[in-house]
Design a protein around this ligand. Structure first.
Ligand SMILES: Nc1nc2c(c(=O)[nH]1)N[C@H]1C(S)=C(S)[C@@H](COP(=O)(O)O)O[C@H]1N2
Ligand SMILES: [Mo]
Length: 240
């Protein structure tokens, strides 16, 4: 269990400055009222089959489900995926490259975490039950080569990217998430697969994640190129 709510409330309450970069993002004016499986289905244009079957800890979600509303952020049109146009790749400086199709990907062993989600612009969603693949396990499957120092994440929108250092990527709560509160993640919220970085601001949480590449050099992500801080840690994070 990871909770950061206390820290953020404290930081906001104490009037501490939270660095905010340029705030031009396309917010499509929608916020998700949580929880609600009907709303998830209504906002999911993905048609990937089979549906992932939630683990017992996801359904019902631990602690009753997320509190707060996601705002749908995107810098592109919102993509939608089906079995024919979705795959997930891990490649670059790895011993073994993988490309999974959806049927294969949903068979990989998932785990469950509960964590808070913070946008650096000042909104949060608390107590999210995420189910997915611990990032460090994917890295271990692929076998990271010694030369690699950066983990680069690509979105299926073709535009958005971000990165973590290898040490950050190996934190146990970094997750390649497939379900939220026991439901498939709708495409508006980055489904079928998004990165979850509970101890960092959500601009690290790449939506429509479909490729992980191990690289030698640094990579400056989409919002960091536009002024967001390279240091995305939320207050109280276990910085590595
Ligand atoms: N592909 C992609 N991923 C993205 C973004 C985006 O614009 N495109 N915005 C980021 C930011 S700044 C935030 S706060 C979260 C918002 O997630 P949500 O749209 O599910 O609320 O997604 C992050 N991941
Ligand atoms: Mo954000």
């Amino acid at each position: 269990m990871y909770t950061r709510r206390g820290f953020i409330k404290l930081a906001v309450g104490a009037g501490l400055a939270i660095t905010v970069g340029p705030t031009f993002v396309r917010w499509i004016g929608k916020s998700f009222q949580l929880p609600g499986s009907a709303e998830y289905a209504a906002n999911n244009a993905n048609t990937l089959l089979p549906d992932p079957v939630p683990l017992a800890d996801s359904s019902p979600p631990i602690g009753g489900g997320a509190e707060g509303n996601f705002r749908v952020y995107t810098v592109t049109d919102i993509p939608a995926f089906d079995n024919s146009n979705w795959s997930f790749t891990i490649n670059g400086l790895v011993d073994k490259t993988f490309t999974w199709n959806w049927e294969e990907f949903v068979r990989l062993q998932r785990e469950v975490q509960v964590s808070d989600f913070h946008c650096v612009t000042g909104w949060s969603v608390y107590k999210n039950t995420w189910e997915g693949l611990p990032l460090y396990k994917l890295l271990d499957m692929a076998g990271v080569q010694n030369k690699a120092s950066t983990v680069k994440f690509y979105s299926g929108d073709g535009v958005y990217t971000d990165s973590l250092t290898l040490a950050q990527a190996r934190m146990e709560d970094m997750m390649v998430a497939v379900m939220h509160d026991g439901q498939p993640i709708p495409n508006q919220l980055g489904g079928p697969v998004r990165l979850i970085t509970p101890q960092m601001y959500a601009y690290k949480s790449v939506k429509w994640l479909n490729r992980i590449e191990l690289i030698e050099e640094d990579h400056v992500g989409y919002w960091e190129q536009r002024g967001y801080d390279k240091d995305a840690w939320v207050p109280g994070a276990n910085r590595v």
